[in-house]
Write a protein that binds this ligand. Structure first.
Ligand SMILES: *[C@@H]1O[C@H](CO)[C@@H](O)[C@H](O)[C@H]1NC(C)=O
Ligand SMILES: *[C@@H]1O[C@H](CO)[C@@H](O)[C@H](O)[C@H]1NC(C)=O
Ligand SMILES: *[C@@H]1O[C@H](CO)[C@@H](O)[C@H](O)[C@H]1NC(C)=O
Ligand SMILES: *[C@@H]1O[C@H](CO)[C@@H](O)[C@H](O)[C@H]1NC(C)=O
Ligand SMILES: *[C@@H]1O[C@H](CO)[C@@H](O)[C@H](O)[C@H]1NC(C)=O
Ligand SMILES: *[C@@H]1O[C@H](CO)[C@@H](O)[C@H](O)[C@H]1NC(C)=O
Ligand SMILES: *[C@@H]1O[C@H](CO)[C@@H](O)[C@H](O)[C@H]1NC(C)=O
Ligand SMILES: *[C@@H]1O[C@H](CO)[C@@H](O)[C@H](O)[C@H]1NC(C)=O
Ligand SMILES: *[C@@H]1O[C@H](CO)[C@@H](O)[C@H](O)[C@H]1NC(C)=O
Ligand SMILES: *[C@@H]1O[C@H](CO)[C@@H](O)[C@H](O)[C@H]1NC(C)=O
Ligand SMILES: *[C@@H]1O[C@H](CO)[C@@H](O)[C@H](O)[C@H]1NC(C)=O
Length: 438
């Protein structure tokens, strides 16, 4: 009979299924893999924290499971945890005593969950982590006040990721307790306004605002910031506070893929090395302003009453010399803009310039000698412009001994400096559309 035929198979299977339960002390038989003090329980269809792991584990990974709640008791057995990762579950809340005995926890990854549902209780849980340094809350459908609630009292936090949430407006209350914060990732939200949000974060060095809805960044005065990424917004104006004497620590500024019409108004004193401005509508206007076709046209734009105590900002629109401190620039990426010429002395102000990326602009001629390109120049990409001629005297070519990559293709060139290529010893890649040089 078929029923009898099945019995021996069931008997054989049963002991196998029973083993993991009494053998919790041997994690190789459970859903988890143990590597020294790290328990890896990822992608194991778990709906709660496994209770039988060694008591002294320091790192626990529970990513890609089905946890909905972290209960008060669930981590009691693991008081040595310094790092916990519960990303990509369906977590709605952490009960308020989840971390009551986890005073060593420094890193907590809760990315890609549903914490928008139970954020008030979750916030109570987070408050009990005195040494939390790293927190990932990305992709949790968090709105402004939810994030603000979750971040209350997290005074030890140094790295915070809030990318892929629903933040719209940042103000003084958003990050006010985070006075040790060094790095903040706010990518891929829908932020359209920032009003005094970083006043308490004087240690903040890296700020990522890419892929938001910001229309402008004015009164920029975060002197301690080293990297600011505001690419992929709708920024028309970038204006730093001009009355500050402090040297800004800013080294990298990414404003690519925005709507800039003017070169950014950079800090008056800075260490800016990398400036990414590709894919804007930027050009220089001095020649326009000189022109009799625009008599007495507006030459300044003023921003009044930006905020309670912020002084009015006046930008001298046509004065191309007012772009701030570019003396440390090494990389200037201007690809895909509308630049017709460089303002007088502009290139000269960048004695360390190594890469100038100018492809797809509107340059009509270029005199390497009068612009005074520096010897540090390694890459010069002026492809896809409207260049009819590129000129340089012998002395200039001697100075440009480091120029290695020189792209001239897609122009209307009918004249190149004589001995251009024989005079540039480092040149390895020269790109020229066939037939454009006669
Ligand atoms: C949390 O911060 C609030 C103000 O932001 C303060 O009133 C409260 O005392 C703090 N609580 C703890 C436990 O530090
Ligand atoms: C969040 O940002 C940190 C760096 O600040 C990064 O290490 C982490 O991978 C990011 N998380 C996600 C989900 O992007
Ligand atoms: C700025 O952020 C965007 C989006 O994440 C990234 O592609 C880009 O490389 C970042 N820029 C810099 C300078 O790191
Ligand atoms: C900046 O320095 C100038 C001259 O050194 C001084 O007159 C001015 O008050 C200073 N401004 C600030 C904001 O410290
Ligand atoms: C003024 O405009 C005319 C016509 O648009 C142009 O040819 C000329 O170069 C301009 N002058 C300057 C100084 O740019
Ligand atoms: C332009 O301004 C000057 C003085 O600044 C004035 O004499 C002249 O009439 C103005 N021209 C026009 C067209 O408004
Ligand atoms: C604005 O300035 C006034 C006086 O200078 C000061 O008392 C007040 O605290 C300031 N307000 C803010 C929000 O900074
Ligand atoms: C800004 O300009 C407006 C208009 O001229 C003026 O009323 C206001 O007092 C100015 N604010 C500051 C802070 O200078
Ligand atoms: C290029 O610039 C140099 C130095 O300013 C000048 O002497 C030379 O005439 C210029 N060449 C052309 C073709 O404009
Ligand atoms: C040329 O390149 C070399 C090697 O990268 C570098 O040491 C040297 O300083 C460069 N020359 C100039 C003038 O910058
Ligand atoms: C030179 O520039 C053209 C147009 O921007 C580009 O398609 C080509 O790949 C570049 N050549 C090299 C060798 O980078």
């Amino acid at each position: 009979m078929p029923v009898h035929g099945l019995t021996p198979i069931l008997l054989c299977l049963l002991p196998v299924w029973i083993i993991p339960s009494p053998a919790w002390g041997h994690p190789q038989l459970s859903e988890c893999r143990l590597i020294q003090r790290t328990a890896l329980c990822n992608d194991a269809k778990l709906s709660s924290v496994p209770p039988g792991l060694p008591r002294n584990i320091e790192e626990l990974q529970l990513n890609y499971n089905h946890l909905q709640t972290l209960q008060d008791v669930s981590l009691l057995r693991y008081p040595s945890l310094t790092s916990l990762s519960v990303a990509c579950n369906s977590l709605e809340k952490l009960e308020s005593n989840t971390f009551q005995d986890l005073s060593l926890l420094e890193s907590l990854n809760l990315a890609n969950n549903n914490l928008y549902i139970g954020y008030p209780e979750t916030s109570q849980a987070l408050k009990k982590l005195p040494g939390l340094k790293v927190l990932d809350l990305s992709e949790n459908k968090l709105e402004d006040e939810m994030a603000a609630t979750l971040l209350q009292n997290l005074t030890s936090l140094e790295y915070l990721n809030l990318s892929g949430n629903l933040l719209q407006r940042l103000d003084e209350t958003s990050f006010s307790d985070l006075n040790k914060l060094k790095e903040l990732n706010l990518q891929r939200n829908i932020i359209f306004e920032i009003d005094g949000a970083f006043g308490s974060n004087s240690k903040l060095q890296r700020l990522n605002l890419a892929f938001n809805d910001l229309p402008c960044l004015i009164d920029f005065h975060m002197t301690h910031l080293v990297v600011l990424n505001a690419s992929h917004n709708f920024i028309e104006w970038f204006i730093s506070r001009q009355d500050l004497n402090d040297t800004f620590q800013l080294e990298t500024l990414d404003l690519s893929d925005n709507k800039l019409l003017f070169f950014p108004f950079l800090p008056s004193h800075s260490n800016l090395r990398n400036l990414y401005l590709s894919h804007n509508r930027l050009r220089f206007y001095e020649q326009l302003a000189d022109n009799a076709t625009l008599p007495n046209s507006t030459t300044t734009v003023e921003f009044y009453n930006l905020r309670k105590n912020v002084s009015n900002v006046t930008a001298e629109l046509w004065d191309d010399s007012l772009h701030g401190d570019i003396s440390s620039l090494e990389i200037l990426d201007l690809r895909g803009n509308q630049v017709e010429y460089f303002p007088y002395g502009f290139i000269q102000k960048m004695p360390f310039l190594s890469r100038l990326q100018m492809c797809t602009n509107c340059l009509e001629s270029l005199n390497l000698t009068s612009e005074q390109f520096p010897g540090s120049l390694y890459e010069l990409d002026i492809s896809n412009n409207r260049l009819k001629q590129v000129v340089a005297d012998e002395g200039t070519l001697t100075v440009l001994g480091n120029l290695t990559y020189f792209n001239l293709s897609l122009n209307d060139l009918d004249r190149l400096p004589s001995r251009l290529f024989s005079s540039l010893p480092s040149l390895r890649a020269v790109a020229n559309a066939p037939g454009t040089v006669r």
